[in-house]
Design a protein around this ligand. Structure first.
Ligand SMILES: Nc1ncnc2c1ncn2[C@@H]1O[C@H](COP(=O)(O)OP(=O)(O)OP(=O)(O)O)[C@@H](O)[C@H]1O
Ligand SMILES: [Mg+2]
Length: 291
């Protein structure tokens, strides 16, 4: 058993090293300090647009509380990560297909169980993670809000983190709190900033400049301004109808802004040590953050 596990680990490491030499699967966590700033809506619509650009996208909902992605897409997941970790279902059985060939995985209670995962269980998962990595150019995690959240370790383990805020002072202060933790826990990660629900362009620009400047000055930490998304009534309407806003009205303001964000994401320089398997290794090592 030990031999087999070691061989598998070697195989997966070899694959990860090879992939790192080339492009590698990008793991991007979408997070925020304050709740309700638009993470799930942005994650879903970004994932859809990136899929239409020919990217292989897997969207993983890590929220332990209220359902997010499934509500926005109007789908009811039968299985979630909890079923995978308990061994009831394989990874391919819990993957749902979304618009444009997008692959979606519901979090459910899977992340709580992850805290108790043994080395042996992890080795068992690696082979299936390997196939997920092979089928994904980008893995997007939609996380819950807040720095004391159990989900924080997903953000710290990711090499690319998209912090979402609104122009509201409390949201900005909480976004700074997340950036502070990231600067302390994983200074190797790239942090991108998105300002959502902006009413005027200079309002969004000011928020972006301020946060970038403060992070640089007080944390000596670079934050990459990614872009802004305007407040758009189509988003609220789409949420009510359980449809992604970019499909309901591809020409609406918010959809255009998300398209720009997607192009920006694709144009960013490669982040070393990416990949889903190395992400998961870091994640398991960071159990202390979830307690
Ligand atoms: N650009 C926008 N324009 C107008 N309304 C928006 C926009 N983005 C988000 N909203 C509104 O904000 C609400 C919350 O959005 P969403 O669920 O995506 O936030 P969240 O950050 O994922 O929340 P949570 O922290 O609870 O997971 C939506 O239901 C929608 O009505
Ligand atoms: Mg959400």
């Amino acid at each position: 058993m030990r031999d087999q596990a070691e061989k598998l680990r070697e195989l997966v490491n070899e694959h990860a090293n090879n992939k790192q030499k080339t492009s590698g699967t990008r793991v991007i966590a979408v997070t925020s300090g304050k709740g309700g700033v638009g993470k799930s809506n942005l994650a879903v619509n970004l994932a859809i647009y990136l899929s239409t650009l020919g990217q292989k996208i897997t969207l993983i909902d890590t929220d332990l509380g209220l359902a997010n992605i499934d509500l926005i897409l109007g789908i009811t997941p039968e299985y979630h990560l909890g079923h995978f970790f308990s061994g009831e279902r394989s990874l391919s059985q819990i993957v749902m297909e979304g618009p444009g060939g997008l692959r979606i995985i519901a979090g459910g209670s899977g992340f709580q169980e992850l805290a108790d995962i043994s080395e042996w269980q992890l080795d068992k998962c690696l082979q299936q993670f390997y196939s997920l990595e092979k089928n994904s150019d980008i893995i997007l995690f939609d996380t819950g809000a807040g720095i004391s959240n159990k989900v924080l370790r997903f953000v710290v383990a990711a090499k690319e983190v998209m912090v979402v805020t609104t122009p509201e002072p409390t949201a900005i202060a909480d976004a700074y709190g997340v950036i502070k933790v990231l600067a302390r826990e994983n200074s190797a990660s790239k942090v991108y900033l998105v300002v959502n629900m902006v009413h005027k362009e200079d309002e969004g620009q000011q928020v972006m400049n301020r946060l970038v400047m403060v992070a640089e000055k007080f944390l000596d930490f670079p934050v990459e301004p990614l872009g802004m998304v305007f407040y758009d009534p189509v988003v609220t309407q789409a949420v009510k109808l359980q449809q992604p806003f970019s499909l309901m009205d591809p020409h609406c303001k918010a959809a255009k802004n998300v398209q720009n964000l997607a192009h920006r994401i694709l144009s960013l320089p490669e982040v070393p040590a990416g990949g889903f398997i190395s992400f998961w290794r870091r994640l398991v090592k960071m159990r202390h953050l979830g307690e």
